[in-house]
Design a protein around this ligand. Structure first.
Ligand code: AHR
Length: 517
């Protein structure tokens, strides 16, 4: 049996989790909108067509902010197509996903859905086929109270009050050749800056995220962030990051370790953003918006999105069926986000329903939770507060990171990966300290002894684990509860010490009541 030791101290914190750290993403992609959150005629749908069963699962998952309408989709989107009388809205070819977009769901419906789901909206503007002028027009339509053509158009459409959207993304993955009207860093930096100026002149209360590289593996990663921020540093609050973990190599230890590359990625982007600040002698700190993250590889390799299917409406594409090991890698990504709460102030699980999503539906049928649903629910429900610094000594293993990219591949060693990956969050208001812990050892139980200093005597509130004897087990419509959390037995507390036995390949949550003086 392996042992790990952890020390945390009430006086040493990384930072507070921002509520926006627990966001998700709804794109016009496959069945995420149509047949996902929106399905008029579904037995649980309300008069607006919002699926009630999906809304109930979204509330249980507890995302806080939802990015919309893309993704790749936004780079060809005319927002005007999705507002006004539904019968007059055009059907258009969507070149991002080779689908037909019926536009029966658009910006105003999304705002209503956000209210129903009790989440904040995050909108992306089209800086692909359109540009700064379109961005300012959409902002005026959404946020200006009235008395101008576009704000009065919103009112005429039935939304009297402004939507008051605070968080805006300046385009999406503009460095990617797959993007409609991709740009060089200089081209994008200029356009993002001009869009930001126009938007903030209309509404100075908004916050803006510029596009970072679409992944750490892009050849331009680093220089892209540097150039883009050189242009728009004074005009934006955030730079974005995207990561999709993969298990292409069918190598579970490597897959579970790969989540640690999110930590590296975050540290690197922070360094670049702060270098841009240093060159200006500025104390402004650009925050990170990890506005796409998840596990995604099965349906990516098949390149489903670009398959010529005959331009269907809402085809079942990117419907990744997540297994137990995906939930573990996903849990590792949650820990990376929590452990960078000082700089990652916004993050969006991509996506929410059906397309690479924690919630699956059958069109006309039921909705159920995928394996990755549970670590996210834990993180969002129990991860609010001050993330504490951890000193972890854990046995380690060595592996190799592997990621095929087009015709080339990335492969490099990852030595000394700790079996234990952990985050500890102190919720002062609730008087709790929560340990989130991943045991990446596939064969052996890991005994973890944690000293939680400075909180007085501790007692156990709750403890649960997520594991399955078959790492390839999945939840399906017929077996929706094959993977679900179960109580974690045997947690021992002595004074300020917590001893827990983490099963092989398991995600664990231990919530303590802390009597602080
Ligand atoms: O989330 C799926 C797609 O992944 C998004 O549309 C795009 O931004 C990314 O490449």
């Amino acid at each position: 049996m392996k042992e790990a030791h952890v020390i945390v101290d009430r006086d040493f914190a990384i930072g507070d989790t921002d509520p926006r750290l627990f966001g998700a993403f709804v794109e016009h992609l496959g069945r995420c909108v149509y047949g996902g959150i929106y399905e008029p005629g579904h037995p649980t749908a309300d008069e607006r067509g919002f699926r009630g069963d999906v809304l109930a699962l979204v509330r249980e998952l507890a995302p806080t902010i939802i990015r919309y309408p893309g993704g790749n989709f936004v780079s060809g989107y005319n927002w005007e197509d999705g507002v006004g009388p539904v019968e007059k809205r055009p059907r258009r070819l969507d070149l991002a996903w080779m689908s037909t977009e019926p536009n029966t769901f658009g910006t105003n419906e999304f705002m209503d859905w956000c209210r129903a789901a009790d989440v904040e909206p995050m909108l992306a503007v089209n800086l692909g086929t359109r540009g700064p002028d379109d961005a300012r027009r959409l902002l005026e339509y959404c946020n200006f109270p009235g008395g101008t053509e576009l704000s009065d158009l919103r009112r005429a459409h039935g939304w009297e009050k402004p939507h008051d959207v605070k968080f805006w993304c300046l385009g999406n993955e503009m460095d990617g050749p797959w993007q409609m009207e991709m740009k060089t860093a200089t081209e994008y930096g200029r356009i993002a800056t001009e869009a930001a100026k126009l938007m903030k002149w209309i509404d100075p209360t908004i916050e803006l995220a510029a596009c970072g590289s679409s992944s750490r593996n892009m050849p331009t990663f680093g220089s892209w962030e540097d150039t883009v921020l050189e242009h728009c540093f004074d005009h934006v609050e955030f730079i974005s990051l995207h990561t999709y973990l993969n298990n292409y190599a069918d190598d579970t230890p490597s897959f579970l370790a790969s989540a640690d590359l999110m930590d590296t990625f975050i540290d690197e982007v922070v360094a670049i953003a702060d270098a841009v600040a240093a060159r200006r002698r500025s104390d402004k700190r650009i925050m990170l918006s990890f506005d796409e993250w998840n596990v995604w590889y099965r349906t990516r390799r098949k390149n489903e999105g670009r398959t010529k299917l005959g331009w269907p409406v809402a085809p079942p594409i990117l419907e990744e069926i997540y297994d137990m090991q995906d939930a573990l890698a996903f849990g590792g990504a949650c820990l990376s986000l929590l452990n960078h709460a000082d700089r990652v102030k916004s993050a969006c699980l991509a996506q929410l329903v059906n397309a690479i999503a924690p919630i699956m539906t059958e069109t006309g049928g039921p909705a159920w939770r995928q394996s990755i649903f549970y670590p996210f629910r834990d993180m969002s429900r129990l991860g609010r507060g001050r993330v504490l610094r951890t000193r972890v000594s854990s046995p380690t293993y060595s592996t190799v990171y592997y990621d095929p990219r087009g015709t080339s591949e990335l492969r490099f060693p990852m030595p000394d990966v700790p079996y234990l990956k952990l985050s500890v969050v102190d919720n002062v208001e609730e008087g709790t300290v929560t340990l989130f812990a991943l045991n990446r050892n596939l064969e052996e139980t890991l005994t973890v002894e944690t000293q939680v200093r400075g909180f007085g005597a501790l007692s156990l509130d709750e403890a649960h684990e997520l594991r399955h004897s078959d790492l390839k087990a999945t939840n399906t419509k017929d077996r929706p509860d094959e993977i679900r959390p179960a109580p974690l037995q045997g947690v021992e507390i002595t004074g300020d010490r917590v001893r827990a036995r983490l099963a092989p390949a398991s995600w664990n949550v231990i919530r303590l009541s802390a009597r602080r003086s």
